[in-house]
Write a protein that binds this ligand. Structure first.
Ligand code: 5GP
Length: 207
């Protein structure tokens, strides 16, 4: 049966709780590899280089682009964000399911390059909850919050390009739903053609 690693993209509006969801998922299950992105955004308080992100200068980031070291990259609210290629390829090669927590432009670029990717979108239970979570974070100015809400409106126009949504109302349930969705991807017939063929041949040998 399918043991090849799956590439999964998780997107969602800023403040929807993707980071918390990813942390909870990887704490509960050890078959996931979470890719660490490179960015030119300044670290927030408590963020560490190499843990949340690889923090880069604009020049360093543009060198990664020039050397084709990124699976995808995008400009989001004035900063570059991108997925380093080596880690993703290495982990998929080892059969692990690799999760990219990235925004929409990047997600859609990954789909173009790798049509097999599973695109998931995390939704808030309602818009007010999203605003409250963004304000509650207290790491962003009101101006940045407004910018991110405007960005959310833009992103809402392309949600139909994703495969599944996960509503993040209850963290525990959202984690289970995410895990189940990814698990069912392993059972796709198209990912198990060798296995189904083998059963067919065994059956044919019996008649
Ligand atoms: P934040 O600044 O809040 O950490 O992230 C801003 C947005 O950038 C989020 O939607 C996050 O998912 C996205 N992001 C993080 N890493 C990457 C990446 O490597 N590529 C792309 N395209 N988006 C990313």
């Amino acid at each position: 049966m399918d043991r090849k690693g799956i590439l999964i993209v998780v997107s969602g509006y800023s403040g929807v709780g993707k980071g918390t969801l990813m942390k909870a998922l990887t704490a509960r299950y050890d078959n996931y590899a979470l890719s660490i992105s490179a960015t030119t955004r300044k670290p927030r308080e408590g963020e560490l280089d190499g843990r949340e992100y690889f923090f880069k200068t604009k020049e360093e980031f543009e060198e990664l682009i020039a050397k084709d070291r990124l699976v995808e990259y995008a400009n989001y609210c004035g900063n570059y964000y991108g997925t380093p290629r080596d880690y993703v390829e290495e982990q998929l090669g080892q059969g692990r399911d690799v999760i990219l927590e990235i925004e929409q432009q990047g997600a859609l670029k990954v789909r173009e390059k790798m049509p097999d990717v599973l695109l998931l979108f995390v939704m808030p239970p309602d818009a007010q909850t999203l605003v409250q979570r963004l304000r509650g974070r207290e790491t962003e100015s009101e101006e940045v919050i407004r910018e991110r809400l405007a960005q959310a409106v833009e992103e809402s126009k392309y949600v139909d390009r994703y495969d599944y949504m996960i509503v993040n109302e209850d963290l525990d349930r959202a984690v289970e739903e995410l895990h189940r969705l990814i698990g069912s991807q392993h059972n796709k017939i198209s990912r198990n053609l060798d296995f189904t063929k083998q059963i067919q041949q065994e059956l044919m040998a019996l008649v």
